[in-house]
Design a protein around this ligand. Structure first.
Ligand code: HXC
Length: 259
């Protein structure tokens, strides 16, 4: 499918979504949100795609929602637009396969919030993160007030949200905002290496493991444990479970078929 504001490439079962509005540092407008949502639906339904990478390329991840689009908005406009960003981000967050964000340069505002819907974040050493919305007289309205505290805790999240300050990659690693920091010229290769590792695992087990974590976070512990047990039990109906355990006992690598 042809997109205008993103590029989607699929190679060896790994799909890469690249934000593509370089003139405005990949600022996210409604078109981008809609295309991200469409890409999520299409990659989610494509069984040949095992893992999805989201990136902004080597210079910038994304400098936030498009301020020129928001500047003269009315509250009604924004209520509709926010649904657009929430819809896209929820579709990405709930993709039934691993999603890795590869972040170079600025990941600000909606750009930072986009990284939060990925399962794993890998940052280049030149990455900078921040939620500067407060400096524009608004708040992080693409999930930042909800997902960031869940990821790094309320105290650290509130400091970033209230100050609008940027933090560098090493600080992002220290507070648990990213999983790993690599040198900028290694970002694509390191991300691909991890994507390949995920892709070598059983697709059904990955799907249920992700659902178990994501759904569990919306439940109390008892309900989450019950949900986990249902997912766990279901995997014993797959050929991959038989293969995985047989391969272990035969001391050879497992060959998963995703069924
Ligand atoms: C629209 C943007 C933009 C944005 C940058 N540009 N960020 N346009 N929306 N968020 C444009 C600039 O206007 C400029 O266009 C070009 O990109 C290059 O940016 P510069 O500012 O010249 O670059 P630089 O001096 O390197 O500064 C980089 C920067 C700065 C620090 C990232 O651009 C910046 O502060 N951007 C805004 C960051 C921000 O506040 N993000 C939060 C947005 S609100 P021209 O035409 O002049 O070349 C948000 C809400 C999310 O995200 C929730 C909503 C659903």
């Amino acid at each position: 499918m042809a997109y205008e504001t993103i590029i989607v490439e699929i190679e060896e079962g790994i799909a890469t979504i690249t934000l593509n509005r370089p003139a405005v540092l990949n600022a996210l407008n409604d078109k981008v949100f809609n295309e991200l949502g469409e890409a999520a639906l299409s990659l989610g339904a494509d069984n040949s795609v095992r893992v999805v990478i989201i990136t902004g390329g080597d210079k910038v991840f994304a400098a936030g929602a498009d301020i020129s689009q928001m500047a003269n908005s009315t509250a009604v406009d924004v209520a509709t637009r926010e649904k657009v960003s929430h819809r896209a981000f929820q579709l990405l967050e709930n993709l039934p396969k691993p999603v890795i964000a590869a972040i170079s340069g600025y990941a600000l505002g909606g750009g930072c919030e986009l990284t939060l819907v990925a399962d794993v974040r890998i940052a280049a050493d030149n990455a900078q993160f921040g939620l500067p919305e407060i400096k524009l007289g608004i708040l992080p309205g693409a999930g930042g007030t909800q997902r960031l505290p869940r990821l790094i805790g309320t105290g650290r999240a509130k400091e970033l949200i209230f100050s609008g300050d940027f933090i560098k990659a090493d600080e992002a690693l220290r507070v648990g905002l990213v999983n790993k920091v690599v040198s900028a010229d290694q970002l694509a290769a390191e991300t691909r290496k991890l994507a390949k590792r995920f892709a070598s695992r059983g697709a059904v087990a990955l799907r249920l493991a992700k659902a178990s974590v994501n759904e569990g976070l919306r439940m109390d512990l008892e309900a989450g444990l019950e949900y986990e047990h249902k997912c766990f039990s279901l995997l014993f109906a797959t050929e991959d479970q038989k293969e995985g355990m047989k391969a272990f006992l035969e001391k050879r690598p497992a060959q998963f078929q995703g069924k």
